[in-house]
Design a protein around this ligand. Structure first.
Ligand code: HQG
Length: 188
């Protein structure tokens, strides 16, 4: 077993190399984001992070946010979301529930209510189906505030939504009219 702090350190490094900078340890990702487990372990070891296959599998299985996925035969691994490198994750297009939630920080609200929710550094705007998760995501940025998204109305108007393997809802842009922090919407 890895210690909790080793797990966190390796999980952060995996997020970095599987989402953003595979070249940092000398691995490559295929067009769907997969990389070979054995090569990954060799390259991690060469960079000072010795890990057995079972320790890696355990880290993937117990990751609280299901950040990583393994193929059924456990020979390849990828990140489930959050990439900055261009890859095709094959997200399922899906019809959202009536409401979805986005947690952000209070200091961003004026800009968001002006421009809508934008992807910023990511490939999509990230949403959750529950308020508690959204609040946690928002608190990463400062004093949290949860925005309610009229997702079903957006879908009816032709906006496309996807779901990642770990249940996060994704879309490209949310106009301010579909957003509210207090239940008052401009559109509907
Ligand atoms: C804000 C983590 C000003 C947006 C989490 C957010 C999530 C605007 C920040 C996942 C804006 C971007 C995603 C606008 C959006 N003006 N600010 N027009 N539009 N913003 O981290 O949603 O740990 O890129 O509200 O748990 O916070 O990576 O996105 O505050 O699931 O696995 O710009 O990342 O998962 O911040 O988080 P982020 P996010 P991982």
């Amino acid at each position: 077993m890895l210690t909790a702090s080793e797990s966190i350190k390796i999980s952060k490094l995996l997020s970095l190399v599987l989402r953003h900078k595979p070249q940092a340890i000398g691995i490559t990702l295929d067009e769907n984001g997969w990389t070979d487990v054995q090569t990954l372990l060799t390259r991690l070891a060469a960079n000072g992070h010795q890990l057995t296959p079972d320790q890696l599998y355990d880290l993937v299985d117990t990751n609280p946010k299901k950040r990583f996925a393994l193929t059924d035969d456990r020979t390849r691994i990828r990140a489930n979301q959050g990439h900055s490198v261009e890859i095709d994750l094959g997200y399922r297009q899906s019809t959202p529930p009536e409401w979805l939630f986005h947690g952000t920080a209070t200091r961003f609200i004026d800009s968001i209510m002006d421009q809508g929710l934008k992807k910023m550094g990511r490939h999509h705007v990230h949403l959750s189906d529950n308020e508690a998760t959204a609040r946690q995501v928002g608190s990463r940025h400062g004093k949290p505030v949860v925005l309610v998204v009229q997702a079903e109305a957006m879908a009816r108007a032709g906006f496309v939504f996807f779901q990642s393997e770990n249940g996060v809802w994704l879309t490209n842009h949310i106009p301010a009219a579909y957003l509210s922090s207090n239940g008052n919407f401009q559109a509907g």
